[in-house]
Design a protein around this ligand. Structure first.
Ligand SMILES: Cc1cc2nc3c(=O)[nH]c(=O)nc-3n(C[C@H](O)[C@H](O)[C@H](O)COP(=O)(O)OP(=O)(O)OC[C@H]3O[C@@H](n4cnc5c(N)ncnc54)[C@H](O)[C@@H]3O)c2cc1C
Length: 288
C-alpha cells in the first residue's frame, strides 16, 4: 500500500530543488517510478510527498551539443534506444540502452532515475564510464558538474545532495574512429556482469583503449591496467580474443551475492571483457 500522497508537479528545475529543500526527508523525486514505487510498495521507503519531475521541459531534452551529447535526466531508456542521434554517434550507448530490463521498464524508466537510484546491477553507469560522462546537478545555491565516477559512490549511494536535482548527463563525443561494444550477462532480472569497451585504432594498432566493468561490486570501474596493456597492441590480435584475466580484476572491489561468488564474477567479467574487445576490433576491421 502506498498510503496517502501529495504529488507536486514543478514546472522548473529551480522549483523542484526548492521543494526538495522544503520537504526534506518527507519528499522524494518521482521520475518513471519504476524503482521508487517498488521501494514504497515493499515498505522499504516511505514519503508523503512525491516531486514529479516529468513535466519539466529542460529535463526531457536530448541534444547534440557539438562536442558532446546532453541527455536530460528524464529521457527514458526507450527514447535513447531509438534515438537516431545516439545510434549514429554513440552506438555503444544505444546498444546498451536496448539491453536494459524489458520494454515495459524501458518505456517509463529514465536514465536519471537509473543513475540516482545507483542500484549496483545497472547497465548505464558502466557504459557511460568509458565515455567519461559527467552529471549536472542543480540545487538552491546553483549548479555543479561532477564526473560520473564521482557521482556513483556506492551501492544505492550517490553524491547527490538532499536539495539537488540531477538535470542532465553530458557525454563527450568519443575520439574520431572510436568503436566499441557493450556486453552483459545474467540469469536474474538484473545483470550479473556488464562490460563496456571502446578502442581507438591507428592502422592495425590500438592508440587508446577504454574498458569498464559493472554490476560485480558497489560501483562500476575502469580497468586501467588492461587499458594500459592494450595501448599499442594489434587490432588483429584483439579480434582473435585475448586473455584479459590479468587486466586488474583482482584489484576490484567485488561482492559475493545471489548472482554468484566474487571469484566467479571476476572470471565472467574477464571473459566478457575479452569478447567486448574482440567485437570492437572486428568492427574496426569491417569498417576498414
Ligand atoms: C523488472 C526490472 C528490471 C530491470 N532491469 C534492469 C537492467 O537490466 N539494467 C538496468 O540498468 N536497470 C534495470 N532496472 C532498473 C531500471 O533501469 C530503473 O528502474 C529505471 O531506469 C529507473 O528510472 P525511473 O525514472 O523509473 O526512476 P524512479 O523510480 O522514478 O527514481 C529512482 C530514484 O532516483 C531518484 N530520482 C529520479 N530522478 C531524479 C532526478 N532527476 N534527480 C534526483 N533524483 C532523481 C528518485 O527519487 C528515486 O530515488 C530494472 C528495473 C525493473 C523494475
Amino acid at each position: 500500500m502506498l498510503g496517502s500522497l501529495t504529488i507536486h508537479q514543478p514546472a522548473t528545475v529551480a522549483e523542484a530543488a526548492k521543494l526538495r529543500a522544503e520537504l526534506g526527508d518527507d519528499g522524494a523525486i518521482y521520475a518513471g517510478g519504476s524503482e521508487l514505487l517498488l521501494v514504497m510498495k515493499e515498505g522499504i521507503g516511505r514519503w508523503r510527498h512525491l516531486i514529479d519531475v516529468k513535466g519539466i521541459a529542460a529535463l526531457r531534452e536530448l541534444r547534440d551539443a557539438g562536442d558532446r551529447l546532453d541527455i536530460g535526466a528524464t529521457v527514458t531508456h526507450r527514447d535513447l534506444e531509438r534515438s537516431p542521434l545516439l545510434r549514429a554517434r554513440f552506438p555503444v550507448l544505444a546498444d546498451m540502452q536496448a539491453q536494459v530490463a524489458n520494454v515495459r521498464v524501458r518505456n517509463v524508466g529514465t536514465l536519471g532515475g537509473n543513475l540516482c537510484f545507483a542500484e549496483p546491477h545497472s547497465d548505464p553507469s558502466t557504459a557511460l564510464l568509458v565515455h567519461d560522462a559527467r552529471v549536472v546537478l542543480s540545487g538552491p545555491t546553483g549548479a555543479r558538474t561532477l564526473p560520473l565516477a564521482e557521482f556513483v559512490v556506492g551501492s544505492y549511494e550517490t553524491a547527490l545532495r538532499a536539495d539537488e536535482v540531477l538535470v542532465r548527463i553530458e557525454v563527450p563525443a568519443p575520439p574520431a574512429r572510436a568503436v566499441g561494444a557493450y556486453l552483459k550477462f545474467g540469469f536474474h532480472e538484473r545483470p550479473t556482469v556488464g562490460v563496456a569497451a571502446l578502442i581507438v585504432p591507428a592502422g592495425d594498432r590500438i592508440a587508446e583503449a577504454r574498458v569498464s566493468v559493472g554490476c560485480i561490486g558497489p560501483t562500476p570501474a575502469r580497468l586501467a591496467a588492461l587499458e594500459a596493456r592494450l595501448a599499442g597492441t594489434s587490432v588483429t590480435a584483439l579480434a582473435a580474443g585475448i586473455d584479459a584475466r590479468d587486466g586488474g580484476f583482482a584489484d576490484l572491489d567485488v561482492v559475493s551475492d545471489l548472482h554468484g561468488s566474487a571469484e566467479y564474477k571476476r572470471e565472467v567479467a574477464a571473459v566478457l571483457a575479452s569478447r567486448a574487445l574482440a567485437a570492437a576490433a572486428r568492427r574496426v576491421r569491417s569498417a576498414a
